[in-house]
Design a binder for this molecule. Structure first.
Ligand code: ADP
Length: 800
């Protein structure tokens, strides 16, 4: 047996065979119909369309046989594809090449074989063959028939191949169409003419322009340039022409006018295609709707321009390079640099930062970069004019694919806040110091402070109050009730009245005794004031409690001493004064002038001494509440006239005039007349003695609905502002050095104040230093009840 030879062009032949795509495919009617016809026409047992593969022959169509392939070595067709002509074996049993071929010796016991090669793309890929179990020889006609059928099979193979190619093409076109349709943009190819005549345009142009792609293709209804905003056309044409000329692509943003009139921003990326002669064949491009992006950008710019600080992105690469890919315009107000100046290089920004803050800033950036944690830092920037600004920055880091880090952040100028903060810190320190000083002072002076919220019934005490009241701080909850529980029973009424008065007048000023838990009795001075919190209208009572026991004891001692001394001095002084008066009267004989002068001096001094003692006794009486007032209703005018008459000689002595202004004689007042005279005498005599020569001292009275004000006005020396607060204090004199000339003890006004207040009135003064003073008293008009109330209270009062 002789196996078929392998053709020289075997690899090309196999390639052509594989290109048909026939191998191992199901049988097809187009081939079976032909093999059936061949079987009928040529009366053969077996008809095959056999394809010669590497090591086998495979039957695409077969009649009269069941197997679908045999080994190539035993194939007859393997021989048939070696030449163009029909390969015919008339009796295989006699042919040396096939006598021992298993297909000859065994079923199907081939005797006759005729195969016409099938040539596709110039290669013999197989055969159309007929086989019989009996020897046979084809005549010329039969050979022709076989060849014609082989040609028909070849044509079917080519047609089939074409059909498959078409199907594949259509499938890939469909795939392309659907791909393009899914791209969120428009692809196009157009001519490089003035209208950009479209050859292809994807259907997504429809939603963008409102017109279908078919409208634009070949400018069938309209040109693409007709939908471009007229203001953008010239710029676009120039940019595309430039790009085409320099053979590079273009990226352009322009506006398209939609059919419904909307203006849509698009971005187009394109490039030209050239032929071998460098002539432009077409323009290819891609158009994307960027309206939303544009809107967002616009919104971002509008929003960021409203912010007091700058929004930015800072990018830092592993080699240390930094840049601000985005920065809002406000970056200028912070660093004095525009977004464009910092876009590619951040070093200009760092050069503006105060050098002493740079290490901490760099450290914070590095830590945020390594740990990808939020960056936050306060640092200073030196402005171009030398001013220093405080900046606060905060940003979120993000690691980029190239290993760089991108921070999205916000920086703002906090100079003002920082300055306030620094000032606040300073004030806090001062406050802390002041508090410490106050604490020390209040400890030394035994003064405690407390605060009561009248709205929320909350009480706060400073620690010294526990000590003053004799409570253990640890076991005591501050309360007003607790404060009042220690009041001495004899002083409860006084404290209750002062509490009520505080609610009415807003201030409290009371000295009273307390009994501490150890039984000891102490004196305390309570001062309090109602305050209103402007923010929430909450009312507070803020007060102090001072332990004044020692002061009170001293005062009591002093009062007792003064009282004793005064009483002891009064009797001998009366007899001295009587004796001097007797000597002076001449009843005991005429004395020499020098002695008379000395006696006069002695007499006037004894008068002063007597006045002092009287004053001291008055003070003592008032303090002890032993001063009695005999009230009667009298004419005010008559009282004032009486004072003026009494003091006329004194005024004469100082060559000062007294003037009583006209007063309605009907004004009646209810007073103790001798006390009123004592008050008026003191005020008018002060006015006289502090007046210059020939000056006038005026007395005037002005009634109101329920009171009358009496003014005593002089144009004398006036009272220095620094002395104003002490005018009514005991023994207070503005200039004690001149009391020899002016006389006086410094007790007069203190006594006047007590007397006026005890009669339900008020005393005060207005004075301009160097120009004169007006002392006034305000007395209630016929308010007997009021006055007697006051008096009864006065009599109960303790030492003041
Ligand atoms: P004295 O007995 O010293 O006058 P007063 O208590 O009456 O005591 O007055 C106290 C002090 O007030 C006086 O020493 C004087 O400094 C001042 N003073 C009182 N009245 C007048 C006045 N009309 N003009 C100027 N200073 C006055």
């Amino acid at each position: 047996m002789q196996p078929p030879l392998t053709p020289k062009n075997e690899s090309d032949r196999l390639e052509a065979l594989y290109a048909t795509g026939l191998l191992d495919t199901p049988s097809e009617l187009r081939f079976d119909r032909l093999t059936q016809l061949v079987q009928l026409c040529l009366g053969s047992d077996i008809v095959l369309v056999s394809l010669i593969d590497t090591a086998r022959q495979w039957f695409k169509s077969k009649q009269g046989v069941a197997v679908c392939e045999t080994h190539r070595d035993i194939s007859f067709c393997g021989h048939a594809v070696l030449a163009d002509d029909i390969f015919e074996v008339t009796d295989a049993s006699l042919d040396l090449r096939f006598t021992d071929n298993p297909l000859v010796t065994d079923a199907p016991f081939i005797r006759f074989y005729a195969g016409a090669p099938l040539t596709v793309q110039g290669e013999r890929i197989g055969t159309l063959c007929i086989i019989d179990a009996k020897p046979r020889q084809l005549n010329a006609k039969e050979r022709q028939i076989l060849r014609k059928f082989a040609d028909a099979v070849e044509q079917e193979i080519i047609d089939r191949q074409q059909e498959h190619a078409d199907v594949a093409l259509n499938a890939s076109r469909d795939q392309f169409e659907s791909l393009v349709a899914n791209i969120p943009g428009i692809t196009y190819r157009c001519d490089a003419d003035e209208h950009w005549t479209m050859r292809y345009m994807s259907s997504s142009i429809d939603p963008l322009s409102g017109y279908p792609a078919s409208d634009f293709i070949a400018n069938s209804v309209r040109s693409y340039s007709s939908v471009i905003h007229p203001d953008d056309t010239a710029r676009l044409e120039k940019a595309v022409a430039d790009a085409v000329l320099h053979r590079h692509g273009w990226i352009l943003q322009y506006r398209v006018i939609h059919k419904d009139g909307r203006v849509i921003w698009v971005e187009e990326r394109g490039k030209a295609g050239y032929d071998s002669n460098n002539n432009v064949r077409y323009l290819d491009g891609f158009i994307l709707d960027i309206s939303e992006e544009k809107n967002l950008k616009h919104q971002l710019i509008t929003l960021t321009s409203q912010l007091p600080g700058a929004v930015y992105q800072y990018q830092q690469w592993p080699d240390g390079r930094g840049a601000f890919p985005y920065a809002s315009a406000a970056i200028r107000s912070i660093y004095g640099l525009t977004p464009a100046q910092v876009k590619d290089d951040a070093s200009v920004v760092f050069s503006k930062i105060c050098s002493e803050d740079l290490p901490a800033l760099a450290h914070s950036i590095e830590r945020s970069r390594q740990q990808l944690t939020v960056w936050q830092c306060e640092y200073r920037v030196r402005r171009d004019d030398g001013a220093i600004a405080w900046i606060l920055g905060k940003a979120n880091p993000e690691r980029m694919l190239d290993g760089s880090t991108l921070w999205h952040g916000y920086i703002q100028d906090i100079t003002e806040t920082k300055q306030h903060y620094l000032q606040l810190e300073q004030v806090n320190q001062q406050l802390h110091l002041a508090q410490q000083r106050l604490d020390t002072a209040s400890e030394n002076a035994l003064i405690g402070f407390w605060q009561e919220s009248l709205t929320h019934d909350e009480v706060w005490w400073s620690p010294i109050i526990y000590h003053i009241l004799g409570f253990e701080q640890a076991n005591t909850v501050p309360s007003v009730a607790l404060l009042r529980s220690v009041v001495h029973p004899d002083d409860r009424q006084l404290v209750a009245e002062s509490d009520n008065a505080a609610l009415e007048t807003g201030t409290q000023d009371v000295v009273h005794r307390i009994i501490r838990s150890d039984g000891s009795i102490r004196w305390v001075h309570e001062l309090a004031r109602v305050l209103t919190n402007a923010d929430n209208e909450e009312q507070f009572l803020i007060g102090s409690v001072q332990d004044v026991t020692e002061r009170m004891q001293l005062q009591q001692l002093k009062n007792e001493f003064i009282s004793t001394v005064s009483h002891e001095l009064r009797t001998p002084l009366t007899s001295i004064k009587g004796a001097l008066s007797l000597l002076n009267s001449g009843t005991l004989g005429q004395l020499p002038d020098t002695i008379t002068r000395l006696i006069n001096v002695a007499y006037s001094n004894s008068e002063r001494l007597s006045q002092l003692i009287n004053d001291l006794l008055d003070i003592e009486k008032l303090a002890a509440g032993k001063m009695n007032f005999e009230l009667q209703t009298v004419s005010l005018f008559a009282e004032l006239e009486h004072t003026v008459m009494n003091l006329q000689p004194y005024a004469h002595q100082f060559t000062v005039q007294l003037r009583l202004e006209p007063i309605a004689s009907a004004i009646q007042i209810t007073v103790d007349t001798s006390r009123l005279q004592q008050i008026l005498t003191n005020l008018v005599s002060n006015a006289i003695k502090f007046s210059a020569k020939d000056a006038v001292v005026t007395l005037n009275a002005t009634p109101t609905t329920d009171s009358v004000r009496i003014d005593i006005t002089d144009t004398g020396v006036g009272i220095a502002p620094e002395f104003h607060a002490r005018v009514f204090e005991r023994f207070a004199q503005a200039d004690s050095s001149n009391n020899r000339q002016t006389g006086g003890t410094g007790l007069g006004l203190a006594i006047c104040k007590e007397l006026v207040e005890k009669m339900g009135g008020q005393i005060g003064f207005d004075s301009v230093y160097g120009e004169g003073s007006t002392f006034y008293i305000i007395l209630p008009l016929n308010k007997q009840n009021n006055t007697s109330n006051q008096l009864s209270r006065v009599n109960n009062e303790n030492i003041k």
